[in-house]
Design a protein around this ligand. Sequence first.
Ligand code: NDP
Length: 461
Amino acid sequence: MASYDYDLFVIGGGSGGVRAGRVAASLGKRVAVAEEYRFGGTCVIRGCVPKKLFVYASQFAEHFEDSAGYGWTVQTPEFDWRTLIANKDKEINRLEAAYRSGLGNAKAEMIDSRAVLVDDHYVRIVAEDRVVSAETILIATGGRPNPHDALPGHEHCISSNEAFDLPVLPRSIAIEGGGYIAVEFANIFHGLGVETTLIYRGKEILSRFDMDVRRALHEEMEKKGIRILCQTVAIGVDKTSGGLAVHLNSGDTIQVEQMMLALGRLPNTEGLGLEAAGVETGKTGEIVVDEFSRTSVGNIYAIGDVTNRVQLTPVAIHEAMCLVDTLFRGKPTSPDHDTIATAVFSQPEIGTVGLSEDAASTQFDELEIYLARFRPMRHTLSGRDERMVMKLVVDGKSRKVIGAHILGPDAGEMAQLLGIPIKAGLTKDDFDRTMALHPSAAEELVTMYQQTYRVKNGERV
Ligand code: NDP
């Protein structure tokens, strides 16, 4: 049998790669993880973690306003962008160090270099110009923002990568896209006092979510003062003396200091040596894998965003854990991508799990819909005119709850917990016999006894 330098060589030190490398090493395997940028990957370095910190930062403006109704007087608050960036960087550095020490403690080797495939068992460590061999190779190189090359002037625009480290907070920004990143950043920048315009090609933002929360969020964002232009695209971006001129298909031009593109993310597969190794890729450059994350080459696997299955950190981590079971614990395990709870950290935020009403109505003959709109208690004294939305989608035959959609404070936290009963296949009757926790917003989820309407063969009745 051939002897290799490593049992497992991981390319990419993000959430998926580090988890697979660390756990495999802790099982006594000889593991190396190569990372060309920073350990932690998109999520830790320029994604979920700094984003959530920015969300917290941007919420204070409303907290200060809301406190007045509770008796507080706050002197005119001031915000310093550079302090936020510096403190965010400190936290990111701490997390990166934790990722490194996790790998180090498990005795995985860390290689600070780009690594590319030479063939199915050999990998070139680019920074050191040497080649090593591995019995199994795992590609976990993640993705990058779609640069939207087709847009004239796209080179003047920023992506989420740059948004985390802008030297100066712009006074105005246009953001194109209607997905997670565009919506989250529109709320972040607006909360930090930036005049914000969201440009989206479709009829309503957040195309993958339930229509009731999409519409309600749109309304709440506009009430705050975020300008949302639907059925609109940018057709060109020019540099001007004061910033940028963004030309729209409507014929209008808007002047902004920054323009951000958030038009999806592309898998990082270019220049990885995939052709040399014979690894197949799909239409968007993603690595094609089977149910066990195995590529078209028997000893090469891929997990996380590079496979473009579900682009979420916990999914990459779950895929990593399944892979370790498959490869090193003698338990072939395929990742379960069904019923994933997710949140959009907009303001108010969205938490969702399971099927939207529209998606469910294409799969089930009959649905019961439970829908509540109310002012959350915290906004009674604050006086803020903001509504919360809670919606349950129930299969009319089995009475299983197949979707839950929430817009409002802490919706993400609620969606995480709702993921358990919905994954477990519990019914509306189980929800109904659960005691409410009072006073909370979440109690609404177990006290919506009367259905709001039914959907039969796709039609509301
Ligand atoms: P999304 O897929 O969420 O959204 C992409 C948006 O860009 C959509 O609104 C899409 O429109 C639009 N779009 C795509 N191509 C074009 C084009 N050529 N012209 C105009 N509009 C276009 O991607 P994001 O970039 O927002 O985020 C990437 C991924 O990262 C997400 O899918 C998500 O999985 C993950 N993420 C998760 C977060 C979370 O869990 N909270 C936070 C941030 C990111 P349309 O809808 O019409 O297709």
